[in-house]
Design a protein around this ligand. Structure first.
Ligand SMILES: Cc1cc2nc3c(=O)[nH]c(=O)nc-3n(C[C@H](O)[C@H](O)[C@H](O)COP(=O)(O)OP(=O)(O)OC[C@H]3O[C@@H](n4cnc5c(N)ncnc54)[C@H](O)[C@@H]3O)c2cc1C
Length: 467
């Protein structure tokens, strides 16, 4: 008789992908273990989504206190206790990561501490112990990409993890290398806390993947808030000197080089999948040249009993995508007919205002051969936005011309990420712009801007001139 396996499922990594997979597999009656070499919750809870949102909130309150003067409320001189700020953020992280541990216990998921590495297709080693399992879910995530010439010391030259610890005093001059989502979130934090911030981006446009009109509006607002943006610019090297970090910048179009001095430099040029130490070769798992472990729509790697989910499985590297993939992998292992078939995965930049989108951009829709109509409703015409002192931005809807079928929604505005829930559901339900326009939205709310953008598609918005 062969020895029974230790577990039905062994999950490697306890980030959003891994912990969702482990808990769902346990809910479905499987015997589950989850190996984590670091703190539970992965990048998202420890050094990603959650702590950045805490810092963003704090920065927004600082800015909001300044803007309160518009309606007659003034305070004394602003004082920021940086140790308290960092501690407050760490407290939220601790509470949430502790919560994952409690959920593991409640669901009887065995939490193994250490680094997992494959010994053979059904065995992994963790420390000096080995464990066998019928199925494995690889959820090892990603880490910041490096930039030659800019050596991260997590003090003055930082990656996103280093940038989460606000130094005392707040740096006077901050350079952000990379104009993507993470770069802009940090730029917004530092700008609100008093740094003079410059963002450089190698490509002609910031926030790759977002709709061109939305990016234009977003860039305009960020500049109005004081953030300097230089596109088609790269950083060649950084040298630490007595008066700060001297960074050589190059205009990639003209080749012109300049040196500027900063107190803190953030390198936010993307992320790469993480499989170091995992020894997947021993299990016969295929890794692409860029380091991903690709999966099919049911999350199988090339080895059928080994699944791959989250950042390590491929782009987009987003927590909600990792969570969904984790659930699919667990359900497939439990024999359910689950499959990855999302119409759209939302994307959000959590600045103030937020930039958020779901579905196709206008350019993507045209590339796919759709004849499109668009409708834009500016927040300057929204009563609710005025009461919130937040009239910058708009809602843009992209619709197929003949069928009125919704293809994409792009929002620059406060709470755009929350407004996106309606848009995502509408896309999944194959709603038309008329369906949205016919739905009674509460007044006064920001959600009405979504309704009026749908009306604008038909040139029938009430609160703007329809051109
Ligand atoms: C600054 C920042 C802000 C972000 N903000 C957002 C946001 O607002 N919204 C959003 O959707 N996404 C955001 N993201 C992205 C999000 O964090 C990731 O998409 C998400 O964490 C991916 O989840 P995952 O489970 O695939 O991997 P991860 O969260 O990377 O977790 C993988 C885990 O596996 C562990 N591990 C790796 N190898 C081994 C091994 N061999 N043995 C044991 N354990 C191992 C690691 O220690 C890690 O804990 C942000 C990322 C960053 C960096």
């Amino acid at each position: 008789m062969t020895k029974p396996m230790d577990f039905d499922v062994l999950v490697i990594g306890a980030g959003p992908g891994g912990y969702h997979a482990a808990i769902r597999a346990a809910q479905l009656g499987l015997k589950v273990a989850c190996v984590e070499r670091d703190s539970l919750g992965g990048v998202c809870l420890n050094v990603g989504c959650i702590p950045t949102k805490a810092m963003l909130h704090a920065g927004e309150q600082i800015a909001a206190a300044r803007h309160a003067a518009d309606f007659g409320l003034t305070f004394g001189e602003q004082k920021l206790d940086i140790a308290k700020l960092n501690g407050w953020k760490d407290g939220i992280v601790k509470k949430l990561t502790g919560g994952v541990g409690a959920l593991f216990k409640a669901n009887k998921v065995t939490h193994l501490i250490g680094e997992a590495s494959f010994v053979d297709p059904h065995t992994v080693k963790v420390g000096d112990k080995t464990y066998t399992a019928a199925n494995f879910i690889i959820a090892t995530g990603s880490e910041p990409a490096k930039l030659p010439g800019l050596d991260v010391d997590q003090d003055v030259i930082v990656d996103s993890t280093g940038a989460l610890v606000m130094p005392d005093p707040v740096p006077a001059r901050m350079l952000c290398v990379g104009g993507g989502v993470i770069g802009f979130e940090f730029s917004h934090v530092y700008n609100n806390m008093g740094s003079e911030v410059k963002v450089i981006e190698f490509l002609p446009n910031i926030i790759p993947g977002a709709d061109a009109d939305a990016v234009k509006e977003f860039a305009k607002i960020m500049k109005k808030q004081g953030i300097k943006i230089a596109t088609e610019t790269k950083a060649n090297k950084a040298e630490k000197k007595g008066d700060g970090v001297h960074v050589e910048l190059e205009n990639v179009k003209t080749g012109e080089k300049t040196t500027e001095v900063f107190d803190r430099v953030l390198v936010a040029v993307g992320r790469r999948p993480r499989t170091d130490g995992l020894n997947v070769q021993a299990a016969g798992v295929h890794v692409t040249e860029r380091g991903f472990i690709p999966a099919d729509t049911r999350q199988h790697s090339n080895v059928p009993h080994i699944y791959s989910v989250g950042d390590v499985a491929g782009n987009p590297m987003l927590a909600h995508k990792a969570m969904k993939e984790g659930l699919v992998a667990a359900e497939v292992i439990a024999g359910k007919p689950s499959e990855q078939d999302a119409v759209a995965i939302p994307g959000v930049v959590y600045t103030s205002p937020e930039l958020a989108w779901v579905g196709l951009t206008e350019a993507e829709a045209k590339e796919k051969g759709y004849e499109v109509k668009t409708g834009i409703f500016p927040l300057s015409a929204s009563g609710r936005a005025m009461t919130l002192q937040a009239t910058d931005g708009f809602v843009k809807m992209v619709v197929e011309k003949d069928t009125d079928l919704l293809l994409g929604v792009h929002i620059v505005g406060p709470h755009a990420s929350d407004l996106l829930g309606e848009a995502g559901l509408a896309l999944e339900m194959a709603a038309t712009a008329s369906d949205i326009a016919l739905t009674i939205h509460a007044h006064p709310t920001l959600g009405e801007a979504v309704l009026e953008a749908a009306e604008a598609v038909h040139k029938q918005a009430i609160h703007i001139m329809n051109k």
